[in-house]
Structures are given as structure tokens and as C-alpha cells.
Design a protein around this ligand. Structure first.
Ligand code: UDP
Ligand code: MG
Length: 209
């Protein structure tokens, strides 16, 4: 039986005291966060143009399956909302419908995954936007197991974000920025889809053609 009152001599170095804390917690079944390696997790990339329904579908998937959902765009918008210096630069890039540097998005996603406790599986929506992003994610974190790709007509990809823009706070849901987002999407997404198709991981889903 483990003891209830554990006396720890705190007149020692921080790391020595910390070690005693850990021993006491682990004797009571606490698991260190680091035992969960992201390498063993299952990752699904959810891709599609602006307004193709990534967020909407991910919400439904989360209701049915044990999976943690992160939207790359939402993580970036949270960074902007934090008012940090980094956030200010990101805001400009996002208003232009361009892609923010890979290390920023990747850093935010990796942090979010690590902070998710011991979730065994993840839906990453809106990432990778470029093949290099996908390759780097897979090299540093883990290979994805499947890629869901929503296919949508250009008309729908314009209409849905415009509709959402009436009520959402998103600075990029206006006609001018949507056009730019669409352009970026067309330019950089083909190599991503081709790569995962060749890997046999791509699942195309018609979502409003
Ligand atoms: N973005 C980015 N890298 C990412 C994801 C998003 O640079 O991996 C930026 C990009 O400027 C994009 C914006 O965030 O236009 C909004 O992304 P989100 O996925 O939320 O919106 P979408 O255009 O797919 O509807
Ligand atoms: Mg989204």
C-alpha cells in the first residue's frame, strides 16, 4: 500500500526535490506525459479549399470517434488573438491568403498534440498546404495514415466563406481574400494530393461539386 503522507525534504536542489515528487506521484499511478510518444499516434490530414467543409466534417467525426481535432487555421488565429509579435505578422500573411512559414504552423500543431495528454489519434485539418509541410511533419512527428480530401466547385468555395463571413469574426472571409486563398490552394495543393495518392493514402470526398 502506498503511503498517504509523504514528507519531502525541500532544502535541496530543485531537481532533487522534483525527483521525490515524481516518485511519490508515480507510486500512485501517475503517468508522465512523455511516455506518450507522438510517433505511435494515428494522424489523419483533412484537406480541401476554403469553405470545403473541413471544420464542419471534423466536428462530426469527433462526435463519433476517439480522436483529437486541431485546425491549423484555428491554431494560427489563436496565436493572432494572443496579440503576440509573431501573431501580428501572421495576421498580415493570412489577410493576404498566403501561407505562413512552415516552422510556425508545425510548431503550433506539435505543441497542441503534445498538450493533448495521451490522445492516440489526431485529425489535423487544413494542413499540410504544401508538400514540404507534409514531408516535414511526417519526418518530425509521424507519417499520416490517411488523407481526406474534400472536392468542391469553385463557386461553392466562394459562396460558403462569404456566407460565414456575415457572422464570423474571420478577417479573411471576404471576397478579395477568398480569391487569394483559392489561388494559393490551387497553386500548392496539387503536389500534396498527388504525393498522397501515390502513397495510396488519399481518399477523395465529393463535398458540393
Ligand atoms: N494557414 C497557413 N498554413 C496552414 C494553415 C493555414 O498558412 O497550415 C493560413 C493561410 O493564410 C490560410 C489561413 O491560415 O488562408 C486560414 O486557414 P484555414 O484552414 O482556417 O482556412 P481555409 O482557407 O482552409 O478555409
Ligand atoms: Mg477551417
Amino acid at each position: 500500500m502506498s503511503e498517504i503522507l509523504i514528507k519531502i525534504d525541500s532544502d535541496r536542489s530543485i531537481s532533487d526535490v522534483f525527483q521525490d515528487n515524481c516518485a511519490a506521484l508515480e507510486a500512485n499511478g501517475f503517468q508522465p506525459v512523455t511516455t506518450h510518444s507522438l510517433k505511435d499516434s494515428k494522424v489523419v490530414f483533412v484537406l480541401g479549399g476554403p469553405g470545403s467543409g473541413k471544420g464542419t466534417q471534423c466536428k462530426r467525426i469527433v462526435e463519433r470517434y476517439k480522436v483529437t481535432h486541431f485546425s491549423a487555421g484555428d491554431l494560427l488565429r489563436a496565436e493572432v488573438a494572443s496579440g503576440s509579435e509573431k501573431g501580428k505578422e501572421l495576421e498580415e500573411t493570412m489577410k493576404e491568403g498566403k501561407l505562413v512559414p512552415l516552422e510556425v504552423t508545425l510548431g503550433l500543431i506539435e505543441d497542441a498534440m503534445k498538450r493533448s495528454g495521451d490522445s492516440p489519434s489526431f485529425l489535423i485539418d487544413g494542413f499540410p498546404r504544401e508538400i514540404n509541410q507534409g514531408l516535414e511533419f511526417e519526418r518530425l512527428i509521424t507519417p499520416c495514415c490517411v488523407v481526406l480530401s474534400y472536392e468542391c466547385s469553385e463557386e461553392v468555395m466562394m459562396q460558403r466563406p462569404l456566407e460565414r463571413g456575415k457572422t464570423s469574426e474571420r478577417a479573411d472571409d471576404n471576397e478579395e481574400t477568398i480569391k487569394k486563398r483559392f489561388h494559393t490552394f490551387k497553386e500548392s495543393m496539387m503536389p500534396v494530393l498527388n504525393y498522397y495518392d501515390k502513397e495510396g493514402k488519399l481518399r477523395k470526398i465529393n463535398d458540393g461539386l
